[in-house]
Design a protein around this ligand. Sequence first.
Ligand SMILES: [Zn+2]
Length: 213
Amino acid sequence: MGRYSPELSGKQERDHGIAIGDKMGIFRGVKRLVLFLPVIAVAVCFGLGFSSCTLTPPTFYVSNPTPKAAQWLKNCNRISWLPRQVSGRYDGASALDNLNHAAAGYAVKRSSYGTAPGGYVGLDHRMLWAICDLASRGYTFRVIAIAGGSHSRNSRHYDGLAFDVDTINGQRVSYGNRYWRGFLKRCRELGATETLGPGDRGHSTHIHAAWSK
Ligand SMILES: [Zn+2]
């Protein structure tokens, strides 16, 4: 900014007349266009019902962030969602069921077996936007549980604050999988305060990321 001090620009205007003024006008126009390019791209993508899994900044959606994020996720083909529980049950509370209900603007179902409390809960938008972010960074993965399934007592899953993943970039999660550590690190950068994976009890074949209340 220092280069364009009032004195200097005044001198340039005098020396070069209208030409410089025109150039500055064009420059401002291009700058404005560049600023709005992401908005145009997103509008076009949504208009065509197409998603390249390129992240829309969540600040665009100050209202209804949970359904907006869930709708974005439904259009992203880098993520798959288990349509049943890991236990094999079909109880309307699978990861896919949770996603669909959240995208439609509803609270999502919890399971009613094991330690699961049953009933319904809203999904946390920070968690959903983190999943969007991971996909937009190029990860492909499978989500096997959000609010459904039976977890440890008082698990954050039951509060709609946690998700589990068992496959990343085509590889099942295991100690030797080279992606899960980076995946969980990104979750922590995005606000997750509880991250578990191989080496943690009960997490040898899946990772878990949860946000605080
Ligand atoms: Zn979990």
